[in-house]
Design a protein around this ligand. Structure first.
Ligand code: MN
Length: 745
């Protein structure tokens, strides 16, 4: 741990114009006011602000930020006041310390509404001066590094907040090492067993890889020398959490990951990057589809590099990243790297002095932050906003193109719908079909890097409500929600009309709007349109409409009417009772009626809903409802194959979302297939892992049993999609397991 003079020295090393006296004063002041405080570990409290300032020097930040690091806890925890800080260190530092203090009071993993409001405050605070966020991130990093003495529940709470909010924000600011370390530390406290498993397996892998790494490195050096390229070669190992995340997302085993071990080749110029690429591709065989050129098309956080994967000796895959020194700085330090290039920018603007933090504001990471805040000001509901932003926080980018070559950057898993809205809201609202790379494709397709997308529009078309669940960008979701609120009513009307036509046809009675108009007095609704909408929403049974037009009509025994009778709406006087009568579908035993506590929002009141029998929708994954005749609304996961048959019937799609309180302790069924090598105790070990992961095994069936392997189907009861993914990844990480995947209807 460094003392005052060392800290000052360190700052002046990267910033010769540093105000040494200022930093020294901040150091002394903080040490003084924290004097009698201790940390949970029993150490002096001042250790903490000092360490935070030290982390900030690694990011090579300006004097005000370093001083803020030292002072960041003084207003909250000591007798010091904002006025005092202003007086002693100036308004700029006063405002920064105040900003960090305010962030400290925001709990970002609390109840949903409060969390949304707190997240909004966080964004507004950091968007006025992004240095507040950098200090907060350094503060969080040091706290995460020193949590052993904390209570376990507190530790998990802080880890969750770090994993969900601060690590993604560090990533968005482009500070890759900080993001990696925050994620890894949270991972360790949140999922200790998984962390240990991966560490152990990494160690094993490392021993078998080390010889190969040396071989590739030697060869690489030789080749670079042969071609006269001056470059630095370093090797790197993926962090346990990034491995875990990849295993979860891509559902593959640890050994199948291509990029656990890799090299970085750091060159002097962009030209050399491509020369190195040429050398690599002529020396080794490459893995197709793994080549990415983020130099031509940088990521939205300014990251630039070329990625390629080669097949090394012994057929092992090795990832190579090629970049210039400057790109490397930006890749590791992100937004903070912008302060490093102060001089060159000053030259271009005729020596005009920019405060360093102004340079921070030029970065695309900062632009992203500004955009978020603008979206907030447009007055989106904070809860929706939180949902959208958090989606965007976690997603990597895909780069897509318009037919005339315009670049549209979208989050991972974006669809042509998002693309259309990214181009223009009107295009999104009226889009009806698309071509991807010249081929007609469904609008639900996930776009890939390099896709060229052509959108076809039809004037007057309205987006179906369910698109809100299909779209992934905040912009598309908000626009769809706006335009579907109005058209929902119309959709129910169309569905109701269709149900009525079919119902009358089935009953072999004639139906016209005029006939209905004449007999309207027999129904509680005031107009034909309202009757259609009521039937569409499921509030009025079609048989009641038939009986209104044809009083002699008696439905078959197994039809809706008999259900109504059973429910006490029999023969005499039914007319008076239709008021407030809820639609009862012919009772399927597995139909879950209203009020049974099925946690779905967005369905018409009191309409029966149930889950698709093989769908196994889980909280946290995107879902849609399909209106059916006779079965109410059936809930499917968005990627269910069964949804394809409703593609051309947008009027049936109902926009639904989960309505789960974080305290809810309800479990949901999920089905997985596991193939294991036949080794003694395999099943017991899988069952043990599932138990330890806090899931239940509901049913188990051997599907196939061969000499060398067994395939089984396991029915689980889990909390949500994350829980399931965690279990699947955990099973996948087991040596005895050959293949695991989720079975979806
Ligand atoms: Mn602190």
């Amino acid at each position: 741990m460094m003392g005052r003079d060392e800290l000052v020295d360190r700052v002046s090393k990267y910033n010769p114009e540093t105000n040494k006296a200022l930093i020294a004063r901040a150091y002394d002041f903080a040490q003084d006011v924290h004097d009698h405080q201790t940390r949970k570990s029993g150490e002096k409290y001042f250790i903490h602000p000092k360490a935070v300032a030290e982390i900030l020097t690694e990011l090579k930040l300006d004097d005000a930020t370093i001083a803020t690091g030292l002072l960041h806890d003084t207003i909250e925890d000591t007798r010091a006041t904002r006025e005092e800080i202003n007086k002693l260190f100036g308004d700029e530092i006063g405002a920064l310390v105040d900003g960090v203090t305010k962030l400290d009071q925001l709990d970002l993993v609390t109840k949903k509404a409060e969390q949304a409001e707190n997240f909004r405050k966080l964004l507004i605070a950091i968007s006025s001066d992004v240095r507040v966020l950098l200090v907060k991130l350094a503060d969080r990093l040091h706290n995460m590094r020193t949590m052993e003495h904390m209570r376990d529940d507190r530790r998990r709470h802080i880890s969750r907040e770090t994993m969900e909010i601060y690590a993604p924000l560090a990533g968005r600011m482009g500070i890759q090492w900080l993001r990696d370390e925050l994620e890894d530390l949270s991972f360790r406290w949140l999922y200790p067993e998984a962390y240990e498993t991966i560490l152990a397996r990494l160690e094993k892998l490392r021993s078998s890889y080390s010889r190969l790494i040396i071989e590739v490195e030697k060869e690489l050096h030789l080749k670079l020398e042969e071609y006269g390229i001056d470059a630095l070669v370093t090797n790197r190992e993926k962090k346990p959490f990034s491995i875990w995340r990849k295993m979860e997302n891509r559902q593959i085993a640890l050994e199948q990951l291509c990029d656990i071990y890799g090299f970085r080749v750091i060159t002097k110029s962009v030209e050399d990057c491509y020369r190195v690429l040429g050398v690599i591709h002529t020396t080794w065989q490459i893995v197709p589809g793994r080549f990415k050129d983020y130099i031509s098309v940088p990521k939205s956080n300014d990251y630039q590099s070329i990625h390629t994967t080669i097949i090394g000796p012994e057929r092992q895959r090795v990832e190579l990243q090629i970049r210039t020194e400057k790109m490397h700085e930006v890749g590791e330090f992100g937004i903070a790297a912008h302060t490093l290039y102060k001089e060159s920018i000053e030259d271009e603007s005729n020596g005009k002095q920019h405060p360093k933090h102004d340079l921070l504001q030029d970065s695309s990471a900062y632009q992203w932050l500004r955009q978020l805040v603008d979206m907030l000001r447009e007055g989106d509901n904070p809860e929706e906003f939180l949902e959208h932003t958090r989606l965007e926080l976690f997603q990597d980018q895909v780069f897509t193109f318009t037919p005339n070559g315009g670049l549209i950057v979208l989050p991972h898993a974006a669809t042509p719908i998002d693309f259309a809205y990214a181009v223009h809201t009107d295009i999104g609202d009226t889009c009806i079909s698309c071509k991807i790379n010249g081929r007609p494709m469904p609008l639900v397709t996930n776009l890939k890097n390099g896709d060229e997308v052509e959108i076809n529009c039809a004037e007057g078309h309205m987006p179906p409500a369910a698109w809100e669940n299909i779209a992934v960008t905040g912009k598309a979701k908000a626009a769809i929600r706006r335009s579907t609120r109005a058209s929902m009513q119309e959709q129910y009307g169309r569905l109701g009309h269709e149900i009525i036509i079919q119902g009358f046809a089935f009953a072999e009675r004639k139906f016209t709007k005029t006939l209905l108009e004449e007999k309207l007095f027999r129904l509680p609704q005031g107009s034909v349109v309202e009757v259609f909408a009521a039937v569409g929403r499921g509030e009025l049974a079609v048989d009641l409409v038939i009986s209104a037009l044809y009083p002699d009509y008696v439905a078959d025994d197994d039809s809706d009417v008999s259900v109504m009778k059973a429910a006490g709406h029999g023969e005499g006087g039914w007319l008076g009772k239709t008021m407030g009568l809820k639609f009862l579908w012919a009772g399927q035993p597995e139909t879950i009626g209203p009020g049974s506590g099925i946690p779905i929002r967005g369905t018409p009141d009191d309409m029966p809903i149930r889950f698709a029998p093989k769908g196994g929708a889980l909280p946290g994954e995107r879902i849609v409802g399909i209106m059916t005749q006779g079965e109410g609304i059936i809930i499917y996961p968005i990627h269910a194959k069964a949804l394809q048959k409703y593609d051309d019937q947008p009027e049936r799609w109902v926009d639904v979302t989960w309505d789960i309180q974080s305290e809810s302790r309800e479990r949901f069924p999920a089905l997985i297939s596991v193939t294991t090598y036949n080794m003694p105790g395999s099943l017991a070990r899988i069952a043990q892992l599932i138990g330890e992961a806090d899931a239940n095994i509901d049913k188990l069936r051997m599907v196939r049993r061969a000499v060398d392997f067994t395939e089984m189907m396991i029915g689980l009861e889990v909390w949500d999609i994350k829980h399931l993914n965690r279990i699947v990844a955990g099973i996948k990480a087991m040596k005895i397991v050959n293949r695991v995947f989720r079975i979806q209807g």
